[in-house]
Design a protein around this ligand. Structure first.
Ligand SMILES: [Zn+2]
Length: 202
């Protein structure tokens, strides 16, 4: 006798949902049941939004923040932004907490990670050459290293400071207010505001 199981299409959906971060099998089953019980519109909207995002969202060709197609992101395309201030972050998700703090009107550069030799993340895996190019194109600019305050964030900041020292720029780093061992995405906007205002030259 064959044991009863979900039909193939349901199993496939559960398997796909299981692969999402933080989603175990039970949660994936709950989500699947919810989607099937709430009529077709929610499920169709979800699937259309997913396909649109996957097909259209790219990295901004200049800073690496999220963009659409070949376009520059809104910050890079905004001529009123202060191009002499360049804020370097680990991930594109670190940009929005800084934007929401309302304390920064310069441009961003997303590295795409932080140096971590143990995990195989070396300088060539990060968007460092592009950063150097941008700094050369803007002599006299200030580069703010807005990296996390963990060991890898520190190592990345140190490495970048060494590389940037050869270029015509000043280098600063978020100083106070950042919680130890945490990334930017966990900081609230007041903490970030203080950290940006209290940055120190290195
Ligand atoms: Zn951009």
């Amino acid at each position: 006798m064959k044991a009863q199981d979900y039909p193939p299409a349901m199993r496939e959906l559960i398997d796909c949902l299981c692969r999402l971060p933080g989603t175990g099998r039970r949660s994936a089953e709950r989500l699947t049941l919810w989607l099937l019980q709430h009529g077709k519109t929610d499920a169709q909207n979800l699937s259309a939004a997913l396909i649109r995002a996957v097909e259209q969202i790219t990295a901004c060709p200049r800073c690496g923040f999220y963009s659409t197609g070949e376009e520059l992101c809104p910050a890079c395309a905004d001529p009123t932004r202060d191009a002499s201030l360049l804020c370097v972050v680990e991930q594109p998700t670190d940009v929005l907490p800084i934007e929401r703090s309302g304390s920064f009107h310069g441009l961003y550069h997303c590295l795409g990670g932080k140096l971590s030799p143990l995990d195989g993340v070396m300088p060539e895996q990060l968007s460092i050459p592009k950063l150097m190019e941008r700094v050369k194109e803007q002599p006299g600019c200030e580069v703010i290293l807005a990296l996390g305050s963990d060991v890898e964030g520190d190592a990345t900041a140190l490495y970048l400071a060494e590389q940037l020292e050869k270029l015509p720029c000043t280098i600063s780093r978020l100083a106070q207010g950042m919680p130890a061992g945490a990334g930017l995405s966990q900081a609230d906007s007041i903490t970030l505001l203080r950290a940006i205002q209290g940055r120190t030259r290195i």
